[in-house]
Design a protein around this ligand. Structure first.
Ligand code: GLU
Length: 482
């Protein structure tokens, strides 16, 4: 049987890291097996589904490099198929209409609670006669469709991650609702557990690979496969992504959507690499920095862990910095341009290209996130910048004025300024004016970059020099220097 897997996100929010990690595992498995990866948008919940979330999901998957082979299919366009299958179950006597009112269901649950029992539907409308149905309908009651679950059934499957799992029919909450309430004779909106099975059968899905939070749905779905006369696929439930305190990662933990990671300046490659490591251990000898196609060669569910995967920001940041540090500067420049543009920096992306590439070379080794480049290079883009408090303190130290003045005077004879020129200029200033090298360097940093920490000083100076900004900065520093 050919391998066909699917990602089935509900467009009720932006692409979440948990869904994206599920997508990664599906993609890797499909590619490893030479199978197909199918994308299906589960938008049957019309109230909560939004087209902008669908777009966000498609954009996020594309950005991560998780290309799909078929789809996207939309469940909202497939309602006829679901209705047809419900009719089949009704005709086979495997599903039925239940007319309970919300008040009756509440009362039933209260009574169960009073007896210390777990709440469940007690299947009271399972064997209504046609006359009883007609009577309820005459009362104007609407009906849900329930699928019969036998209490004494044992449902067992061998999960790719968790091994053999068994559930008892009696623990599934009674006959399950597969379609919402509708008026007499009609079928209401079909629900998740049912449509997912109809679609997975129709799309010939061979392996259902998803998050562990769906384990409880699997026994119900297996019963539906049987009822619809279909082969049960193989299931694999990947561990949840946990926060630092061991709870499921949620919105409360801050950033969770792929778009937010992207905005913060993680690269698609680093994030995809990191997500793969959230639950999968590379085989012995494989480097933990890898691109998705490389991981696909080695990927198998044998190395997916059962235990939850703790989200580790330090690890993700480290991976991202590795990708940035190794990226060719012209490629990194393309990724940085939007950040500088968004910061309002003025530059000509074409005309200033050589200067911009030198800037990238300068800051690249210090980047963890793309967005770090904004602060790190502000002094090179913004002409009028205040001295930081530290730089002001430095400039006010005695001897600084003499150092800055000496640099200004000596600068004349080093035109055009080069790297070597900078080194000899500093030597000349220290020896001729009997100044300590440390003082000269600190004064230069404060004057030129307006701060006491930052990228390589000589390279910064050269970039400022190419803008024609070095002399004016030294002069401005002289005005406040002690
Ligand atoms: N729509 C479901 C979700 O987003 C899909 C679950 C599944 O893969 O079966 O969680």
């Amino acid at each position: 049987m050919s391998v066909r897997v699917r990602l089935a996100p509900s467009p009720t929010g932006n692409l979440h890291i948990g869904t994206a990690r599920t997508a990664v595992f599906n993609w890797l498995f499909a590619r490893h097996q030479g199978g197909k990866f199918i994308l299906r948008i589960e938008d049957t919940d019309l109230e909560r589904s939004r087209p902008e979330y669908t777009q966000n999901i498609l954009d996020g998957l594309t950005w991560l490099g998780l290309n799909w082979d078929e789809g996207p299919f939309f469940q909202s366009q497939r309602l006829d198929l679901y209705r047809e299958k419900i009719h089949i179950l009704l005709e086979k006597g495997l599903a039925y209409r239940a007319y309970d009112t919300p008040e009756e269901l509440d009362a039933m649950r209260e009574a169960q609670k009073a007896k210390g029992e777990a709440p469940r539907y007690d299947n009271r409308h399972r064997y209504l006669t046609p006359e009883q149905c007609a009577a309820y309908e005459a009362e104007g009651r609407s009906a849900v469709i329930r699928f019969m679950i036998e209490d004494d059934r044992e449902i067992t499957w061998t999960d790719l991650v968790r091994g053999k799992l068994s559930w008892k029919g009696r623990d599934l909450g009674g006959d399950m609702v597969i379609a919402r309430a509708a008026s007499a004779g009609d079928i209401g909106q079909p629900l998740y557990n049912f449509v997912v099975v109809v679609d997975d059968i129709d799309m010939q899905i061979s392996h259902v690979l998803r998050g562990e939070d769906h384990i409880g749905n699997t026994p119900k779905q297996i019963l539906l496969y049987e009822a619809l006369g279909a082969t049960v696929p193989t299931f694999g439930h990947a561990p949840l992504i946990l926060n630092q305190s061991g709870a499921k990662l949620s919105k409360r933990d801050g950033v969770t959507s792929i778009a937010e990671f992207q905005q913060m300046g993680y690269t698609a490659e680093a994030l995809a690499n990191y997500m793969t490591l959230l639950g999968w251990s590379p085989p012995e000898g494989m480097d933990e920095i890898f691109l998705l196609p490389g991981a696909a060669e080695k990927f198998s569910f044998d190395r997916v862990n059962k235990a939850g995967a703790k989200f580790d920001w330090d690890k993700l940041n480290w991976l991202n910095s590795q990708y940035l540090h190794q990226m060719p500067s012209n490629q990194l420049l393309e990724l940085l341009l939007p950040y500088w543009q968004a910061a309002g920096y003025e530059f000509d992306a074409v005309g200033d290209r050589p200067w911009l590439e030198q800037l990238v070379d300068l800051i690249k080794p210090s980047l963890t996130l793309l967005q770090d480049a904004v602060e790190m290079s502000r002094y090179l883009f913004v002409a009028q910048l205040d001295f930081s408090a530290e730089a002001t303190t430095q400039l006010q130290q005695s001897g600084t004025a003499a150092a800055v003045q000496a640099i200004l005077t000596t600068l004349e004879s080093y035109q055009p300024l080069t790297s070597e020129g900078i080194q000899s200029l500093i030597k000349q200033v220290t020896s001729e004016h009997h100044l300590k090298k440390g003082l000269v360097m600190r004064s230069l940093r404060a004057a030129l970059t307006k701060a006491m920490h930052g990228p390589d000083l000589a390279q910064s100076w050269l970039l400022l020099h190419q803008h024609g900004w070095d002399r004016s900065r030294l002069e401005a520093a002289l005005e406040i220097a002690g």
